[in-house]
Design a protein around this ligand. Sequence first.
Ligand SMILES: Cc1ncc(COP(=O)(O)O)c(C=O)c1O
Length: 395
Amino acid sequence: MINETYKDMLSKKSVIRELSEFATKRGEEIGYDNVFDYSLGNPSVPAAKEFNEAMKELIDSKSSMALHGYSPSLGNPEFKKAVADSLKRRFGLDYKPTHIFPTSGAAGAIAHALRAVTKPGDEVIVFAPFFPEYNPYITGAGLKMTVVEPDTKAFQINFDKFVRKLSSNVKAVLINTPSNPSGVVYSEETLKELSKILKEKSKEYGFNIYLISDEPYREIVFDGKVCPYPSKYYDYTLSCYSFSKSLSLPGERIGYVAANPADPDSETIINMCGQISRGTGHNCPASIIQQACAKVIDLTSDLSVYETNMNLLYDELVSLGFEVVRPGGTFYIFPKALEEDSVSFCKKALKYDLILVPADSFGCPGYFRMAYCIDTEKVKRSLKALREFVNKEYK
Ligand SMILES: Cc1ncc(COP(=O)(O)O)c(C=O)c1O
């Protein structure tokens, strides 16, 4: 008998994927250059050249076993050490290799973190607007996803609503800073308040509520700023990282879970990740990719194009009268649609070859997302289409 749950999921295809498929089809008709495709969060800049050089050097210098053999089940020692040293240097927490578990991107990291600190039937809180894949990540682990309504003024955390959703069923809170889709970076004040509430409630319930911090955009921060590091504010934090966006390596499937050294259970949790892998059929990322990442641990691709694109779009959106919070990072911007029904808004935009994503699946109807990981030249050309769309349909 086939599994009805996964079969049902087939009829609930991702809106983002559908729009991206539409963009590809439209591109075949009018040339992809003329389709302003703001649908997919696929990095548009090449992988850092140092990463490719590291791969070549590894292939030329190491044995087949070292390159292509099984990774130790808790990860390659060079990778774990490079990550721990880098986090310690950058954020001042006393990470050791035993606090690091390599995973298949942030998705793999979240899958391990969730399973390590919950059991089926527990609740996990997320804050709207959230990355739509959180739904399958959480429900796929047998957990219930509880959504806290958005703070649409700043897209920080709506703490009154958060406190009302907390109960002794909630075992973990999943945050994402900088955020896909809002582009907002959680401030220090937000992280301090979140930590204060989690400490109080953990004491009240008699167990530690874990903070799972999804950080694939940690390195894409604007105005020369640094994203406040959530683990610094709360000991029971599992940082879930990915090299997909910072090094433009989404196809290599590499990331990690970093357990906060201040948590007395941190090393146990990392050891447990090895057991979770056994149960889910996951194995550590490819040995060669772990080794190459270890060699370029503090580098990124040239990410400057995302800030250039953000400024162009933000200024245009504001001048057209959109309500929009200025992103502090990522390659997403999240304006309020010009009509209540953002699906209808995004459908009208298609007439102008603008592919925008309605935010219903992000838990924030009435808004839309633009993923501006595209060439700046195309962003500039799209501004004319955006102006025409707004003026013809809404003025
Ligand atoms: C917020 C967020 N979390 C997790 C992921 C998954 O990242 P990865 O592809 O590295 O698994 C993404 C990917 O776009 C994302 O935007």
